[in-house]
Design a protein around this ligand. Structure first.
Ligand code: FAD
Ligand code: N01
Length: 534
């Protein structure tokens, strides 16, 4: 990277995860000058930062991979059904090297501010080092789950022992041998890391606020049937693009109470044994919209928990009841529940016995003080909007994105925001993103955005902005869709409910990847209906 300030580019990209990498690839193919700024010191995004023990994908490797490079998809060999974090990171690094992408990425550099200039129709982007770049298009590829949630527990900085956070795990790993470890958080990150930490530590204490649904991963080698997909990979990818979640599977046509209790049980059993996270909520067409239907699957999941836990009181605490199954992202685990049968693992129900503060020596709850050598925070993210709002983005008339989104992240197609010209988001709020196989969604977004820029070049158009009417229409459509489902019943990060003070809105578009793609394609086919060009 030239050290110069005031570099002028066609496009500035923020982030070098899977989204930033593919975007750079496409922009370069179009002959545009582009640079990505990345806060980390390497590519990979999620898979660069989240190096905690047990971190791995919950979408099968055959599905969770790029489709744009047919040579890559044939040459790359995944070693397991669900790839581990180190393997996915190697894959991202391999892609960056294969396509020589790193020369257009400035690492260790956080973007702090981006301001639209109405006179020049350019964005001015400033990094934390004070470097200033101007560009025609400003694209945030900053990820949905990259901005950690602030630790909102009193005294967190008083602890004298070791502190670890799953989202920014030390690169050299951590040795917990002989240590007393406390872990706060039982979302996917907690559920993946707890069994491995407990294997090593002298004693592990898990602080659970909300019990979670989790399915056994049944990880292992990739099956012959799955490997055979490589012979028709591009057709399979095309199929994936039109499914609800970006992974091919059978279309659900049955409703829960159309089948006998016995048949339903058999179908749930089969589902459980495949560890099929993408399809868990769609075994029946009404699981995500009818609470009674949802209860049948939720009770099945609770029965599974009770069947593996020795102590009925512990089983009770671990059994989720406070939200419908699949309205928070269901987890995929390897021996999570069984871990609580170990003599050196304790569970604290902090709904009944709340954490009062973190002390110099451990964690104090209402009725007990715990002493630890290390505390692990697996407390999640300010999802979907956190990384976008962490940058001071100023659009037309000096309006900031923070002001515009004070009551929730209004947007058009989850890709653009009215009043913020030539600004795009990859997998932003209002898109299916986190409810899908994210690589499928990332590729679709990048393709749509780069096609839009090509269209503008061809038509000699300099500025694109979504109309307020189109934006309100999309927000209404999105909200109406989520209101038809059970998603609003959960205090989930999908609803912004995990971050105090965050507006409660369903952040992802729940209508599915295929329907969403159709809507985006329709807009483009009608000369970008809902946008104004200058
Ligand atoms: P990210 O990978 O998050 O990359 C964004 C990058 O932007 C980061 O490197 C960050 O440092 C950088 N950045 C952010 N703000 C700035 C700034 N202001 N300046 C400079 N750089 C910045 N999805 C699935 O589909 N299946 C899974 O199994 C799955 N597992 C996951 C497991 C974990 C632990 C987590 C956290 C997420 C998981 N996801 C999964 C979602 C995952 O985030 C996506 O699949 C995908 O990796 C996102 O890629 P991205 O490039 O959009 O964002
Ligand atoms: O975060 P989370 P995550 N006091 O928000 C608890 C993806 N992912 O990092 O539920 C006490 O899910 C909080 O409690 P509660 C995936 O999309 C995928 O685990 O708010 N507890 C919860 O238990 C996932 O959904 C994989 O009551 C506090 C936990 O911390 C997303 O990333 C692996 C607390 C946070 O869970 C986020 O997952 C990892 C407090 N003050 C991540 N604050 C795969 O398996 C929070 N908690 C592929």
């Amino acid at each position: 990277m030239p050290e110069s300030s005031n570099e002028k580019l066609s496009v500035v990209v923020v982030g070098a995860g899977f989204a930033g990498l593919y975007l750079l690839y496409r922009l370069r193919k179009m002959g545009l000058s582009a640079r990505a700024f990345e806060a980390g010191d390497d590519v990979g995004g999620t898979w660069y930062w989240n190096r905690y023990p047990g971190a791995r994908c919950d979408i099968e490797s055959i599905d969770y991979s790029y489709s744009f490079d047919t040579e890559l998809e044939q040459d790359w060999e995944w070693t397991e059904k669900y790839a581990t974090q180190p393997e996915i990171l190697r894959y991202a690094q391999h892609v960056a090297e294969k396509h020589d992408l790193k020369r257009d990425i400035t690492f260790n550099t956080r973007v702090m501010k981006a301001v639209w200039n109405e006179e020049t129709s350019l964005w001015t982007v400033t990094t934390e080092n004070g470097e200033v770049t101007t560009c025609q298009y400003f694209i945030m590829a900053t990820g949905c789950l990259s901005q950690p949630k602030n630790i909102d527990i009193e005294g967190a900085d008083h602890f004298g022992g070791e502190i670890y956070k799953t989202h920014s795990w030390p690169h050299d790993g951590v040795d917990f041998s002989g240590k007393r470890v406390g872990i706060i958080g039982t979302g996917s990150s907690g559920i993946q890391s707890i069994p491995l930490i407990a294997e090593q530590a002298a004693h592990t204490t898990v602080f659970q606020r909300t019990a979670n649904y989790s399915i056994p991963a049944g990880n292992g080698p990739i099956s012959k049937e799955k490997l055979a997909i490589k012979q028709r990979y591009q057709d399979y990818r095309e199929e994936a693009r039109w499914t609800p979640v970006g992974v091919p599977g059978k279309e659900t046509v049955d409703f829960t109470f159309m089948v006998s209790d016995e048949d339903r049980e058999k179908r749930y059993e089969a589902l459980w044994n495949t560890g099929a996270i993408p399809h868990i909520g769609s075994e029946f067409a009404d699981i995500l919209s009818n609470k009674e239907a949802n209860d049948t699957l939720a009770e099945f999941a609770r029965k599974k928990i009770r069947s593996v836990i020795d102590d009925p009181e512990v089983a009770e605490i671990l059994s989720p009841t406070s939200f419908p199954i699949c309205t928070k992202r269901a987890c995929l685990d390897s021996g999570y529940f069984e871990t609580f049968n170990k003599p050196n693992v304790s569970l604290v129900d902090i709904r009944k016995n709340p954490i009062t503060e973190i002390t110099e020596t451990g964690i104090a709850t209402a009725d007990q003080n715990f002493e630890f050598d290390a505390i692990v925070f697996a407390t999640g993210f300010d999802a979907m909007t956190g990384a976008l709002l962490a940058v001071d983005i100023q659009g037309r008339n000096g309006q900031t994105l923070k002001e515009k989104w004070a009551d929730g992240p209004v947007n058009y197609l989850g890709l653009t925001v009215s009043g913020f010209p030539n600004f795009f988001m990859i997998t932003g709020p209002g898109s299916p993103s986190v409810l899908s196989n994210m690589i499928v969604s990332i590729e679709q977004h990048v393709d749509w955005i780069t096609d839009c820029i090509s269209y503008m070049q061809k038509e000699n158009l300099a500025v694109i902005d979504a109309t307020l009417t189109a934006e309100s229409g999309w927000v209404k459509y999105s909200t109406d869709f989520s209101d038809l489902t059970l998603f609003p019943m959960a205090n989930s990060w999908y609803m912004g409910a995990n971050v105090p003070g965050k507006p409660r809105v369903c952040l992802p578009f729940v209508g599915g990847v295929g329907a969403y793609r159709r809507a985006c394609n329709d807009v483009a086919a009608q000369d970008y209906l809902g946008f104004k060009f200058d």
